[in-house]
Design a protein around this ligand. Structure first.
Ligand code: FAD
Length: 481
């Protein structure tokens, strides 16, 4: 294989976290990068806003750091993370029979938790030490997995609450392998859930030993909210900050550029954008949402587009409520609560006690409590269409029931996200394998984005770093990515 004389030119589609991290990694590897983003704002669904002196995370709230790659990114872009501590990082509750019950932190708590019946608890504890591995190759649902290993009750209550909070869909709908690939792998061989957990234990996330900072782990955000991460990566890509001045001039970020189509061209690709003509590229890294990916690759990769068209997305509504301490009978402390599917009377998916997790989200001395409630997912898909009054009533009624509201909140904001979460239904893993195999036959092309490889920001960063590494190696050597 021959080396190139000139650095390769790679076009990155989409300026969400996936596209930005990929672009940064590509620039660092020495290639030229053009990042094309449709809107005039980078970050995609990461949307931090200032409101009455508060920090509002209208999209994702925090990053659950599980990988050294994320910890390295933070170090690399020169950010100091703020980690949730104490009660704000623990204190997780589940709604059961209209009451908020704390999720036990360990086996001792599991013995006594009122979240499950005595029978349910014994079944769960038994499954932790001995339970049946998966048989056969077909992907099961998260509920089927949890039920087989830990019992039906734990699957309904614990898995039922957690999946809606993480994937915006029910445990019965979600593909276990697609949502939890490492768990699914361990599920084939291990004879206990404790054994599975040991098998997937990752090395503790810590940055390279460049600094003496404590290990970055758990629930993380930044001084200015998650927008700080987006801004820091952008600066690094453009060579405007930090020691890597050599990046200067090797990258461009173009906002307001809507990509319409990608075609093969001699030695590479033509990326066609609305009103911009064609960008010539040696390689393309697509980091677009599901629908946009299907539309843009309809001509080049029709079978992949068809597969993507057959997936569906769920919408979410994010509601922030700021209430004076004195207007609450009890002040919520902890991380928040989730609502399992059996609690049909509660229309919410869950509530994060935002100012308990990150006190810096409110200005000093405000006397307020900031709560962030979520509605929607596959459980109530029409709630993104509800008018503001209906949403407000649903949220305030629930908050009143659990924390006793005395009077009106100081303020409420509502942000709707129609179709923002791709649903990893049972069968997703096989579809993704098919897509990866077909895309792998097009040298110089990489398809990424949150419709594959995990929804969470931690997973996005890991995927972007890995795909950028593959693509940069492939285009430098003229081999398939
Ligand atoms: C309400 C909400 C809450 C969430 N909460 C959390 C959380 O607390 N923690 C967590 O880890 N994750 C959370 N997630 C998931 C996580 O935020 C997302 O999966 C992740 O940020 C997606 O990043 P992305 O870059 O892959 O996609 P996106 O952020 O969707 O970025 C894709 C980009 O492509 C651009 N684009 C689209 N079409 C075109 C086109 N034709 N041409 C050019 N550009 C185009 C878009 O404008 C966008 O900027 C949440 C998601 C939502 C919606």
């Amino acid at each position: 294989m021959s080396q190139r004389a000139q650095p390769a030119h790679i076009v990155v589609l989409g300026g969400g976290i996936t596209g930005l991290v990929a672009a940064w990694r590509l620039v660092r590897s020495g290639v030229h990068v053009s990042l094309l983003e449709r809107s005039d704002r980078l970050g995609g669904v990461i949307e931090t806003q200032a409101h009455e002196g508060a920090i509002l995370e209208q999209g994702p709230f925090s990053v659950l750091v599980r990988s050294p790659v994320f910890a390295e990114l933070i170090e690399d872009v020169g950010l100091d993370p703020i980690m949730a501590r104490g009660k704000g990082s623990r204190g997780r509750y589940i709604l059961k029979n209209d009451r908020l019950l704390e999720v036990p932190g360990g086996p001792a708590g599991l013995l006594t938790t009122p979240l499950l019946s005595m029978r349910g608890r014994l079944r769960l504890l038994g499954g932790l030490v001995r339970s049946r591995p998966a048989s056969g190759d077909d992907e099961c649902s998260i509920h089927e997995f949890a039920s087989r290993r830990l019992g039906e009750e734990a699957a309904d209550v614990l898995a039922g609450a957690a999946t809606m909070g993480i994937f915006a869909a029910e445990a019965t709908e979600l593909g276990f392998t697609a949502c939890m690939p490492r768990f699914a792998e361990a599920d084939r061989t291990r004879r206990s859930v404790i054994g599975m957990m040991k098998a997937i234990a990752r090395p503790r996330p810590r940055p390279r030993p460049r600094s003496q900072r404590p290990a970055i782990r758990g629930t993380v955000s930044f001084d200015g909210g998650l927008r700080s991460l987006i801004e820091a990566i952008e600066k690094r890509i453009m060579g405007e900050a930090g020691p890597r001045k050599d990046a200067e001039g090797r990258a461009e970020i173009r906002r307001g550029v809507k990509v319409q189509q990608v075609d093969r061209a001699e030695g590479g690709f033509h990326v066609i954008a609305e009103g911009e003509g064609a960008f010539e590229a040696d390689g393309v890294l697509s980091a677009l949402p599901r629908r946009a990916t299907a539309a843009i690759f309809k001509n080049l990769l029709p079978e992949i587009a068809l597969d993507l068209d057959q997936m569906d997305d769920a919408g979410l509504v994010v509601v922030h409520v700021a209430i004076h301490h004195r207007a609450l009978d009890s002040v919520p402390e902890g991380f928040g609560f989730l609502v399992p599917p059996a609690e049909r009377r509660c229309p919410l998916l869950g509530v994060i006690y935002a100012s308990s997790v990150f006190p810096h989200h409110l200005p000093d001395g405000s006397g307020l409590v900031l709560l962030r409630a979520m509605l929607g997912g596959t459980r109530s898909p029409d709630s993104v269409e509800w008018d503001d009054d209906r949403i407000r009533r649903a949220i305030l009624q629930t908050l009143d029931q659990h924390f006793g509201l005395r009077g009106e909140p100081a303020w409420v904001t509502i942000r709707r996200w129609p179709g923002a979460i791709p649903v990893y239904r049972v069968g997703h893993a096989a579809r993704m394998r098919r897509i990866a195999e077909r895309a792998g036959k097009v040298p110089g092309l990489v398809l990424a984005g949150n419709w594959t490889g995990g929804l969470g920001i931690n997973d996005r960063v890991e995927q972007a770093a890995e795909q950028a590494r593959r693509l940069s190696a492939a285009v430098s050597l003229n081999t398939p990515a």
